[in-house]
Design a protein around this ligand. Structure first.
Ligand code: ASP
Length: 418
């Protein structure tokens, strides 16, 4: 049975058990069951939290180090980074705008995370701009070992980017460190895949507890949120990206979608931009006419670092969770959410549900409890399909634009990496 089916069945059983438990909320059995479910879900979330820092560190180092080949491409990598940053910024704005417009999760005040909330004091709450910047510098540019042990993800990200850049500029001199990092990344990916095997049990426990203890309107709010995120992600994929492609890549959306449909369908089916990468490169080269060297550089890098769909989802989800808890995020906090969503989507590898692991980082950036991913988990696999399609679409679209803007670059000396 595929993991998707297992998760679906576990979610259904979780709902049923939750509803049954609600029948007698004062009994000892209820208290015992909630305790048991808390332990099980705690183990699952604990494993996810355990992997967050190693995953983000190794993934970003691998992604940035892949700029190595781009270094020789002069203008190419600069245009690539600019395009990716632009499309991701637009997707973040869209994510937040959609969540605001439809007020996802507003009007609820769920109690499930009150304990976690009361234990956590956000470093970013009640800060004016100047003390925020001072605070940011003091908390981010710190001893990396302290950052690792404290789980200070932003600081880990900065350190990972620096190490990645050193690997790029050191070239051959640091090839062993680079190889070790790549292997370590693969090991972490293996651990993630093991933990994902626990997902059905974790989701069952989380959902049963949620239903047993909370006002059931939370479920309708979840459906609303799923609809808004799916709608905005599709809008980004069908309107924003094609417009940019048309304006900057001078390619008609029709040609683009016709040439890339196989890769997009594969992305939908696998929920993995990494698994889709070989197909994306082929579609870009053969059907869109992107030069092999450009496709071979932009798309592998994009599958690590350029994730519009993931960024959009994470920003919208943070707002949704804040609304559910009854917390109003200030403008400053929403900017932090956007920046963290962008950084954390850089740290998310192109595998199923990676965005859910790095989501923890976005929640924590504004003091929301990591446990809140419990609410998002049950619908994650469904949303992952659509956001992965947009992630992959973004990579291929950027390759077209980069190809057009660097036509005059001499890139013949580079091997065809595909
Ligand atoms: N599944 C996504 C991808 O491979 C990553 C994510 O979970 O957002 O692109």
């Amino acid at each position: 049975m595929s993991l998707n089916t297992q998760i679906f069945i576990a979610a259904v059983i979780g709902v049923v058990v939750g509803v049954l438990l609600r029948l007698d909320p004062t009994s000892g059995f209820f208290a015992g069951s909630i305790y048991g479910l808390s332990i099980i879900s705690g183990i699952f979330i604990g494993f996810l939290k355990m992997l967050l820092v190693p995953l983000i560190f190794t993934s970003i180092v691998v992604g940035v180090a892949s700029l190595e080949s781009g270094r020789q491409l002069g203008k190419v990598w600069k245009v690539t980074l600019m395009c990716s940053a632009t499309t991701m910024t637009l997707s973040l704005i869209l994510g937040l705008a959609g969540a605001h417009l439809f007020e996802v999760g507003k009007g609820m005040d769920i109690t499930l995370f009150q304990q976690a909330m009361s234990q956590y004091h956000s470093p970013t709450q009640n800060l004016d701009t100047s003390s925020f910047i001072t605070n940011f510098v003091q908390n981010t540019l710190i001893n990396p070992f302290k950052a690792f042990s404290d789980g200070n993800v932003l600081s880990v990200v900065v350190f990972a980017i620096l190490i990645g850049l050193a690997l790029v500029y050191g070239g051959k001199k640091f090839q062993y460190v680079r190889a070790v990092n790549e292997e370590f990344f693969n090991i972490v990916m293996m651990l993630v895949s093991w933990i994902m095997k626990l997902a059905p049990i974790g989701i069952f426990a989380l959902l049963a507890k949620l239903i047993a203890k909370e006002d059931l309107t939370v479920l309708s709010r979840l459906a609303e949120f799923a609809a808004v995120v799916t709608g905005t992600t599709i809008f980004h994929g069908l309107v924003i990206l094609p417009c940019l492609l048309w304006i900057f890549g001078k390619m008609s959306p029709w040609t683009f979608f016709k040439g890339t449909k196989i890769a997009l369908i594969t992305a939908f089916a696998t929920s993995s931009s990494s698994a889709t990468m070989p197909l994306s490169i082929r579609c870009a080269q053969e059907n869109l006419g992107v030069r092999p060297q450009i496709a071979g550089f932009v798309i592998p890098m994009g599958s690590h670092l350029n994730m519009d769909g993931t960024a959009l989802y994470e920003a919208a989800a943070a707002l949704f969770v804040a609304n559910l808890i009854g917390l109003d995020l200030s403008l400053g906090q929403q900017i932090i959410v956007c920046l963290t969503a962008m950084i954390s989507s850089l740290g998310a590898p192109g595998i199923p549900s990676a965005g859910m692991v790095t989501m923890i980082m976005v929640l924590q950036s504004v003091g929301l409890p990591a446990e809140a991913i419990a609410i998002l988990l049950p619908i994650d696999r469904v949303l992952d399909t659509v956001r992965t399609v947009v992630n992959v679409e973004g990579d291929m679209m950027v390759s077209v634009v980069v190809d057009r803007y660097t036509k005059e670059e001499n890139i013949d000396h580079l091997p065809n990496e595909s």
